[in-house]
Design a protein around this ligand. Sequence first.
Ligand code: CMP
Length: 141
Amino acid sequence: MASAEVVKLLKGTPMFGQFTEKELDAVLRTAKQRVFEPGSTIVREGDPGGVGFYLITSGQVEVRKGKKAVLKLGVGEFFGEMALIDEAPRSADVVALEKTDCLMLTRWDLRGLIATYPDIALKMLTELARRLRNTTQALSE
Ligand code: CMP
């Protein structure tokens, strides 16, 4: 995907929406573009050394706990943040449902970004709260 397109996409996400184009260019210079084939496991449950945070730029993934599907994530959404925050093993599998492009930031890239733009941490917390609410709701059903 061309950089201009990715910048436009990032502008539409809660996490990066407040960034200027110059700042987004800096994010793009740090991030790596990764392409995953349908059916491939991007993040594996239990992996102790996870260093990647992923933002989906095209396609769709599914978060799976064992054989159970937790939820689907699409363009503009992220995954892989939990192991980067608490340094524990990956909490679930994340599998590409179709050909999926992601921007990948390492733990150190993400921490650097948060140090410069603390608002990113707040946006991530907002999304984590939303996911926790959904999981609690699903458990009670
Ligand atoms: P991480 O633990 O690094 O790797 C698996 C990812 O799946 C996790 O980060 C989250 O991004 C995502 N994930 C795990 N559990 C849930 C959940 N209950 N709701 C939404 N996303 C989840």
